[in-house]
Write a new protein. Structure first.
Length: 146
């Protein structure tokens, strides 16, 4: 095997193993820390308005968004490879901050299997199940008809 191709193979294998470990640890860690009414709250509190130093808040926000983006990309990859793609996408979105995020989260969690998967993880950790989003909140995240 050509040295470049062999190096690419080993890098790809290492990245695949790292993404598996990150998903196995990260998805349950985030899922069990959500309050059970997470998808039924009328609004989100702004975590950036904290008493911490502004630099640490910015650093935490950047780190949270980077981890969320990595999980989102891994979840998209897992849609076509073995793995829990939808759950990983959901957890990646939960970590990231962007306009319309809450609407998108509630819309996604109502897709078949997503809430059941999150609740399975919570049940295994001894946490109560997440409440299903109220029907009046179930609309496409970016407008348009259903």
């Amino acid at each position: 095997m050509e040295p470049r191709l062999e190096l690419l193979f080993w890098l790809g294998s290492g990245l695949s193993l790292l993404s598996l470990v990150a998903t196995v640890i990260g998805v349950p860690w985030v899922a069990v820390r959500l309050p059970s009414d997470y998808f039924n709250q009328p609004w989100r509190s702004v975590w950036r308005k904290s008493a911490q130093a502004p630099r640490s808040v910015l650093l935490l926000g950047a780190l949270k968004n980077i981890i969320g983006a990595v999980l989102l990309l891994l979840g998209l990859l897992m849609l076509v490879t073995p793995g829990q793609g939808l759950l990983t996408i959901m957890v990646g979105l939960l970590l990231m901050n962007f306009p319309g995020k809450y609407r998108l989260e509630r819309w996604l969690v109502r897709r078949r299997g997503v809430l059941a998967g999150l609740n399975w993880l919570r049940r295994r950790s001894g946490h109560p199940p997440l409440d299903s989003p109220a029907p009046e909140h179930d609309h496409p995240p970016f407008g348009g008809d259903r």
